[in-house]
Design a protein around this ligand. Structure first.
Ligand code: 2HG
Ligand code: ZN
Length: 486
């Protein structure tokens, strides 16, 4: 199936309606957005189309639908899986629809504990806007300076507070989106309860732009942070880390928001490649966990409670060592170590990347088993697992063998490594995409390993809402099938 080229008349209509700041065809204007975040895939597009409001977005989709032209939605272009790269659609055939001009915070309602933000609002700006009103949006991740509300929703992003607040899916109260025929789904009211049948917004959340174009969302807020305590803890093994998590929850309850794993090699990579970083503990431990506890203003002294709980764990031999951040600056320094993992790994060389989940309880054993299996099957390869241990999601990345040509290794071996790791995680009853989505990089393995009944149901939904397959072709679902109609 090939997609049609947008006709000159269609491009002229878009240009006229959106004006010079909303419509571009110059290669130099398009170039920065045609390559994915990890710089592995470059696509092409007939035009970069940037609607300024929901009406313009609906116009764009309706115009594309009339000719069956493919649309690739894009937010901050920070997808780890090339979910927003217009590749594989046919040279210069797609419309790359950037949501970056739609960056209004339409309202903040402390009374509803809700904010309504447009799709192009950058996560860090959203944080700042609601903080100014004494509230907090409790989802954060390393790419917060680029990731946008629309992209976070379309990928059902996770991040470092899923343990306490769940992923994006559990934080969206309402959604406004353009469906593939150009009609608007309007549902921004911050209703906490709504049982009018199917929850359509949940189909678009995590839908990777294949069922519609998110234009705005109403998101849940929580009270601003009153007190925060951040600790760095060294361990001999991750089983002990999980035991600590449950002990801390017994003592501090829901205050424990983040429980992030950093292995010794990961910390070493950060210290080597990221300026102004230093190890928090005197001794190197095989595993480290970054813990953040948060309480509303006026709660009992949180730092002292976390410290006491960690001291007991140390006495019980559960942990090797621990240190509490003594200041906001030190807390930020601990977080910098964790949030620089991805960048440090990339600076060190090529790695096959995996964003996997198994049950929280199974994760320590899975990491050990999978690491051994990978090393046996791909001699010299270096697995490194880090991330969201508290919610059963780690980035089980596999680095190229030391001292060799990592690019050549990546080209020749990475796809086999990924198929192998994804097979292991599927056998273990887990998921090959915990928080990054499927995009274009994971599609082949996803389709290879998915239960046929589940895929058939997904395809039925896709055909019902997007029979011509114009929305984000090639992401998540098979390209030809998506475009083949009912
Ligand atoms: C993180 O948790 C991100 O740091 C990136 O999800 C993970 O680079 C990665 O593999
Ligand atoms: Zn992550």
């Amino acid at each position: 199936m090939t997609y049609p080229m947008p006709s000159p008349a269609l491009l002229a209509r878009l240009s006229e309606r959106l004006g010079p700041s909303g419509f571009a065809t110059e290669p130099a204007d398009l170039a920065p957005w045609l390559t994915d975040w990890r710089r592995r895939l470059t696509g092409s597009a007939a035009a970069l189309v940037s609607p300024a409001n929901a009406e313009e977005a609906a116009f764009v989709v309706a115009q594309a639908a009339a000719e069956g032209v493919a649309i690739v939605p894009q937010g901050g272009n920070s997808s780890m899986v090339a979910g927003a790269t217009p590749a594989g659609i046919g040279e210069g055939r797609a419309l790359l629809v950037s949501m970056r001009r739609m960056r209004a915070i339409r309202s903040v309602s402390p009374a509803d504990n809700a904010v309504t933000a447009e799709a192009g609002v950058v996560l860090a700006d959203l944080h700042a806007a609601v903080e100014a009103q004494g509230r907090r949006f409790p989802l954060s991740l390393a790419s917060k300076g680029n990731a946008t509300v629309g992209g976070l929703i379309s990928t059902n992003a996770g991040g470092t507070q899923v343990l306490r607040f769940g992923p994006m899916r559990s934080l969206v109260l309402g959604l406004e989106a353009v469906l593939p025929d150009g009609s608007m789904l309007r549902g921004l009211a911050p209703l906490r309860k709504d049982n009018r049948g199917y929850d359509l917004k949940q189909l678009l959340i995590g839908g990777e732009g294949t069922l519609g174009l998110v234009t705005a969302a109403t998101l849940k807020l929580v009270p601003a942070i009153g007190e925060k305590a951040v600790a760095w803890v060294g361990f001999r093994d991750p089983e002990q880390a999980l035991a600590l998590l449950r002990r801390l929850e017994d003592r501090l309850g829901e205050a424990i928001e983040s429980f992030e794993l950093v292995p010794a090699e990961g910390l070493a990579l950060v210290l080597r490649h990221i300026p102004n970083t230093r190890a928090p503990l005197g001794q190197a431990w095989p595993w480290n966990v970054l813990i953040e506890a948060v309480a509303p203003a006026g709660d009992a002294p949180l730092g002292a409670r976390l410290e006491a709980a960690l001291a007991d764990a140390l006495d019980a031999g559960l942990i090797g060592d621990a240190t509490l951040a003594a200041s906001e600056a030190q807390a930020d320094a601990f977080w910098k170590l964790r949030e620089s993992m991805s960048e440090a790994e990339a600076r060190d060389g090529m790695a096959a990347k995996h964003d996997i989940s198994v049950t929280v309880a199974d994760m320590p054993a899975f990491m050990a088993r999978a690491s051994a299996a990978v090393v046996e099957r791909f001699p010299g390869a270096r697995p490194i697992a880090f991330g969201h241990l508290g919610d059963g999601n780690v980035h089980f990345n596999v680095r190229a063998p030391a001292g060799g040509d990592d690019r050549a290794w990546f080209k020749a071996t990475a796809a086999d490594v990924s198929r192998f790791v994804h097979g292991l995680v599927t056998e273990a009853g887990g998921s090959l995409s915990a928080e990054h989505g499927i995009g274009r990089f994971k599609r082949a393995d996803f389709l290879h390993l998915i239960d046929p009944a589940r895929l058939a149901a997904m395809m039925a939904v896709k055909r019902a809402l997007d029979p011509a397959g114009i929305m984000n072709p090639g992401a998540l679902l098979p390209l030809a099938e998506a475009a083949s109609g009912p």
